[in-house]
Design a protein around this ligand. Structure first.
Ligand code: RFL
Ligand code: PHB
Length: 403
């Protein structure tokens, strides 16, 4: 016999989307249970994103989650674009009327969220297996899962699918009820975490004939660097010496040097763009990477996840408080406005900054021309900057009829 449980919102996945949603619901007095297939240690140590938009920072602060981020994160007011041996600064702050980004690692956000949830006695079940969603199209959806050898059936009012791209939630939507839009790229990123002092006060995005590279940071002692590679490359083909060699070459400009140090971690990630429409099926709501993926060049993934759950928490709040369904019905369309803007921006940044295998000279000239335009035109730089720091939702709304 299986054990039974009950909650208002069953949340699948303890990534940024699931944990932040649980916290935002808690602030509205709504009860939730988070189910996570990995261990607490695993989710708190996996290295992923680093850039938080102003809107994400504001949300974390307003939700009482900002203390450590404000102390340990780094506020950046611009970044550097390098190509053709030249360096150009994109002044985010000046171009966007005072906005900025914060560099604070995703797993630190996760640590803060887990600590905040557990301090309030919340339920996060780690290491669950065989998660299945049932009765999503009726008023009492269920999540069935294994926990410590026991089968558990959890009855909910709503299910939030926050289980990332490879999760089960999206697959629980009947295929004829969803449409998926996909683009994959013929390259990936090799990322290294390095024990070294910062080589630059700001991030550097570099285009080079040998491929893209990115210099980012984590702390005064830890730096995060990426080089474009073939996603099928085995890691053994990238010994540290080769990684440094490529980084020195691709980032080179006169009068600047890259500080080296021991490589602590190394991994290769593929790149894709993906959107699932709609982000809802009955009482199931998808949020974050379970519904959409962007290539990391625009630093948008984590920020989109945060934006989704902000919209979802508000909509669920309206339903539980006064039974209003309008916001829930608008959830998917509201999120998809921002999602598609971020999809375009991420695709555009990716296409401008990477070398495509077999690329002809015409394409290279177009990329260089685009880079030069962004570097030299205030209008082009402003467009880049406002997308990078994050667009406000109301700017993305279609105008009402008659206006
Ligand atoms: P996550 O983080 O993938 O979390 C999903 C969680 O669900 C769990 N799970 C399940 N749990 C229970 N049952 C199941 N059946 C389950 N299946 C899966 C997983 O174990 C996991 O814990 O999704 P979420 O919450 O939507 O968050 C999305 C972000 O993690 C992602 O978009 C970003 O990391 C993307 N990203 C970046 N985003 C930014 O905003 N700024 C950046 O600078 C940035 N850089 C990056 C990135 C992603 C990268 N990689 C590795 C893809 C840099 C990289 C290299
Ligand atoms: C990172 O610091 O990991 C990072 C920064 C900017 C990106 C992607 C990743 O666009």
């Amino acid at each position: 016999m299986s054990k039974t449980m009950r909650t208002q919102v069953g949340i699948v996945g303890a990534g940024p989307a699931g944990l932040l949603l649980a916290h935002l619901l808690h602030l509205r007095g709504i009860d939730s249970v988070v189910l996570e297939s990995r261990s607490r240690e695993q989710i708190e140590t996996t290295i992923r994103a680093g850039v938080l938009e102003q809107g994400t920072v504001d949300l974390l602060k307003a939700s009482g989650l900002g203390a450590r981020m404000l102390q340990e994160g780094f506020v950046h007011r611009g970044f550097e674009l390098r190509f053709g041996g030249e360096s150009h600064r994109i002044d985010l702050h000046e171009l966007t009327g005072g906005k900025e980004i914060t560099v604070y690692a995703q797993h630190e956000v996760i640590k803060d969220l887990v600590a905040a949830r557990l301090a309030r006695g919340a339920q996060i079940h780690f290491g669950v297996t065989q998660v299945e969603l049932a009765a999503l199209d009726g008023p009492r959806p269920r999540i069935v899962f294994n926990r410590g050898g026991e089968r558990v059936e959890m009855s909910c009012d709503f299910v939030a699918g926050c289980d990332g791209f490879h999760g089960v939630s999206r697959q629980a939507i009947p295929p004829e009820q969803r449409k998926e839009y996909v683009r994959s790229y013929p390259f990936g990123w090799l990322g290294v975490l390095v024990e070294a002092p910062p080589s630059s006060p700001e991030l550097i995005y570099a285009y080079h004939e040998r491929g893209f590279s990115l210099l980012s940071t984590r702390s005064p002692e830890l730096q995060r660097l990426y080089v474009q590679c073939d996603p099928a490359d085995p890691l053994q083909e990238w010994p540290d010496a080769r990684v440094w060699d490529e980084l020195h070459t691709r980032l080179a400009i006169d009068g600047w040097s890259l500080a080296e140090g021991p490589v602590l971690q190394k991994n290769i990630i593929g790149m894709r763009s993906f959107v699932c429409e709609p982000m809802r099926y009955g009482r199931l709501f998808l949020a974050g990477d379970s519904a959409h993926i962007v290539p990391p060049t625009g630093a948008k993934g984590l920020n989109l996840a945060a934006a989704d759950v902000q919209v979802l928490a508000r909509a669920l709040g309206a339903w539980f408080e006064e039974g209003g369904e309008d916001l829930l019905n608008a959830y998917s369309a509201t999120c998809l406005q921002r999602v598609w803007r971020a999809e375009h921006f991420s695709w555009w940044m990716t296409s401008m900054l990477h070398r495509f295998p077999g690329e002809d000279d015409f394409s290279t000239r177009l990329q260089l021309s685009q880079l030069r335009y962004v570097a030299c035109s205030r209008a082009a730089a402003t467009s880049l900057a406002e997308n990078y720091v994050g667009l406000p939702l109301d700017l993305l709304k279609a105008p009402a009829h008659g206006h």
